[in-house]
Design a protein. Structure first.
Length: 81
């Protein structure tokens, strides 16, 4: 069941990140991957800085979405370089 929630949060976070970062879409699978990688990035970033310690669904979604936005920004920066 944990994998289901991880995929669901990844999908929602990837979709939300795509709404904030306009541009070319990656599709549903790309959104899930972007959200999952974003969750890892956001989790590491928030854990290291100690800014957020809430483990609720909303907190997890906020962390994953912010990490996905950072991930999308990094992808676009590397594509331009």
């Amino acid at each position: 069941m944990d994998y289901f929630w991880m995929i669901l949060i990844g999908l929602i976070a990837g979709w939300l990140a795509r709404q904030f970062m306009t541009g070319k879409a990656f599709g549903v699978v790309g959104d899930i991957i972007t959200g999952m990688v974003g969750a890892l990035i956001g989790g590491l970033l928030f854990e290291r800085t100690g800014l957020f310690a809430d483990s609720s669904l909303v907190g997890s979604l906020l962390i994953a979405t912010s990490g996905a936005i950072i991930f999308l920004y990094a992808i676009r920066a590397f594509k331009k370089a």
